[in-house]
Design a protein around this ligand. Sequence first.
Ligand SMILES: [Zn+2]
Length: 57
Amino acid sequence: MIYACQTKCCHFLFLGSERTAACPDCGKKRIRPATREERAAYFRQRTEALAGARRSG
Ligand SMILES: [Zn+2]
């Protein structure tokens, strides 16, 4: 499940489990399930990161 951090200036998107309680980026416990749009953004970022790695390698 994808989660989104609600902390101001963080808004980190990450893959977590039901036991995930805090943002792995800032450590705050202000996370919520990501919306459909945020999930799309998360996967788009990952795809772009992979494409970039392939280009440089
Ligand atoms: Zn955070």
